[in-house]
Design a protein around this ligand. Structure first.
Ligand code: PAF
Length: 290
C-alpha cells in the first residue's frame, strides 16, 4: 500500500496507474474505518484494478460547534484495518494544509443548489458545500474512474451524483447499501461515542425505518402518517432526541404530499446525548417492493 500525503504525489501515482491502463476506484473516507468502509473497499475492488482510499477529516464540512476537533483520527489503526482486509493500492491521507493550501475558508467552493434544503442540510449550515468542495478536490487529486459512497449518507450521495453529472467529471458514482449491526443499527464512526445504554436504545432508529416499510407495504401512502409513526417510535427511547424525520423524493430531496409510483427516501437524524446518528431507507413504489 502506498501512503501519499500530498496532492502532487497522489496525482503522479494515479497518472502512473492510468498510464498502465488501470481502472481506478476511489473510496473517500474521513477515517475511523469500520466494517461499512471495508465493504466499500471490497465493492471498489470488484469494479477496478486499482483502489485508493482517501482518509481526510475535512474541516470545511463541519459547521461551527460540530465535532471537528473531537472527530476520531486513527490513521495507524485505519492502515492496519485496510492491510488486514487485503490491502489497497494507495491511501491518500493529506494534511489540511495540503488540501487547502491557500488557507481556510477557501475562496473557491462547489455549491449544489437546493438539494440541501431539507434533511441534514436544514440543520448543518455549510455542510454540503464543504462535502462537494472536498470531494471535487479528492476527485482532482485521485483521478478515479469510479467512486464509491455509502448510502447511509443518502443526501450526500444524491448531491454528489448531481454534482458529478452536472460538472461532467466522467466519474461513475456508486452507492453502496448500508451495513448494519445485528440489531439493525447502521455502522458509523460516531457509534463509538454511544454509552452502553445509548447503544441499546439506538436500535429505535432502524426500527422506525423498518416500520415505515411495513406501513407502506400495508398500503399507507400519507407521508405525514409515516413521519408521525417514526416520531412515535423514536420517542419510545428515553435517551433519544429526534432532530428530523422526513419522507422526500429521491431526486430533489423535497417533502411530498402523497406517495405515488415514484421512489422516496424516509430518513431521520437522532441525537443520543451529543452523538448524532442518521439513517434512511428507500421506498421504491416503482419496483415490486409494495
Ligand atoms: O462521507 C464521508 O465520510 C465524507 O463526507 C466524505 C465523502 C469522505 C467527504 O469528506
Amino acid at each position: 500500500m502506498e501512503l501519499l500525503h500530498t496532492v502532487e504525489g497522489m496525482q503522479a501515482h494515479a497518472d502512473a496507474a492510468r498510464a498502465a491502463s488501470q481502472r481506478l476506484a476511489l473510496v473517500p473516507t474521513m477515517g475511523a474505518l469500520h466494517e461499512g468502509h471495508l465493504a466499500l473497499v471490497e465493492a471498489a475492488r470488484q469494479r477496478a484494478d486499482h483502489v485508493t482510499v482517501s482518509i481526510f477529516v475535512n474541516p470545511t464540512q463541519f459547521a461551527p460547534g460540530e465535532d471537528y476537533a473531537q472527530y476520531p483520527r486513527t490513521l495507524d489503526s485505519d492502515l492496519a484495518a485496510l492491510e488486514s482486509a487485503g490491502g489497497v493500492d494507495a491511501v491518500f491521507a493529506p494534511t489540511p494544509e495540503a488540501m487547502y493550501p491557500f488557507g481556510l475558508p477557501p475562496f473557491t467552493t462547489v455549491h449544489v443548489r437546493d438539494l440541501n434544503r431539507y434533511l441534514c442540510g436544514a440543520f448543518r449550515e455549510g455542510h454540503f458545500e464543504g462535502v462537494t468542495t472536498v470531494v471535487t478536490k479528492l476527485f482532482l487529486a485521485c483521478r478515479p474512474h469510479v467512486a464509491i459512497f455509502g448510502e447511509k449518507d443518502a443526501q450526500q450521495l444524491a448531491i454528489l451524483r448531481r454534482m458529478t453529472a452536472e460538472l461532467g467529471f466522467g466519474i461513475e458514482v456508486i452507492g453502496h447499501p448500508i451495513v448494519r449491526e445485528a440489531d439493525g443499527l447502521a455502522l458509523s464512526s460516531r457509534n463509538r461515542y454511544l454509552s452502553a445504554e445509548e447503544r441499546q436504545q439506538a436500535v429505535v432508529v432502524s426500527k422506525a425505518l423498518a416500520e415505515v416499510h411495513e406501513a407502506v407495504a400495508g398500503g399507507e401512502r400519507d407521508p405525514r402518517a409515516l413521519v408521525d409513526a417514526m416520531r412515535h417510535t423514536v420517542a419510545t427511547a428515553p435517551l433519544a432526541e429526534l432532530q428530523y424525520a422526513e419522507v422526500v423524493d429521491t431526486e430533489l430531496l423535497q417533502p411530498v404530499e402523497t406517495l405515488t409510483s415514484g421512489r422516496y427516501l424516509a430518513a431521520l437524524a437522532v441525537f443520543f446525548g451529543a452523538t448524532r446518528l442518521i439513517d434512511n431507507t428507500t421506498l421504491d413504489l416503482e419496483g415490486s417492493d409494495y
